[in-house]
Write a protein that binds this ligand. Sequence first.
Ligand SMILES: C[S@@+](CC[C@H](N)C(=O)[O-])C[C@H]1O[C@@H](n2cnc3c(N)ncnc32)[C@H](O)[C@@H]1O
Length: 230
Amino acid sequence: MSDAPIDREPPVDDLIRAGQKQHWAATFAAHPDMYGTEPSEPAIAAADLFTAAALDSVVELGAGQGRDTLYFARRGLRVTALDFAPEALAAISRNAGVADLADHVTVVRHDMRQDLPLPDTTFDACYSHMLLCMALTTAELEQLVREIRRVVRPGGLVVYTVRTTADAHSGAGIARGDDMYEHGGFVVHFFSRELIDHLARGFELVDISDFTEGELPRRLSRVTMRVPGP
Ligand SMILES: C[S@@+](CC[C@H](N)C(=O)[O-])C[C@H]1O[C@@H](n2cnc3c(N)ncnc32)[C@H](O)[C@@H]1O
């Protein structure tokens, strides 16, 4: 893990980034099942890991419409799902109710550029599929992983996925600074291995696995870390 500071390009324009909330809200309103209802590959891997370790509570960051949230709940995990898009959170609550899983799912509307509205050492695990690679600057990511380390108990697990610099959209589209590129109105921060190592400071880095998803295909890494402690 690197302690060296990362070279930073100027941060993406604040107005462009502020517009992301609206863009996601409109997208979810127009596409009620944007990512489908089946769990993602990393969610299945994470649920296997969490249940094998007898973990119980999971905070999910950038839950979207809840394809993975509902899967975790079906696997018996208690999930607190955060996202800044109200349409997405409403879909999670609705679907959790229909599936009789409402007692396992809590939704919280939150913008990850702010500190997490959650108490210290509350969760056994954190899971996040394609949230850290949204329009978050390196400085905001550093603060977000500090917050993850604060809310996950010592010994707890963190599994996150990000699109990487190997992705076909990395370096293409409209450059927004700090390895962020805009395609179709969405700003994505493409992660280098250096950034993954940098953000792992203060954690035990357990595993990095590459995988693909979707039609491009998106090229991603699944990163597993442990919060130091018992
Ligand atoms: C690529 S989608 C992934 C959704 C979900 N994890 C999935 O895989 O189905 C990214 C999600 O992050 C949310 N998001 C993006 N930037 C955010 C921010 N700054 N704060 C909170 N949520 C954000 C979006 O609303 C969207 O639901």
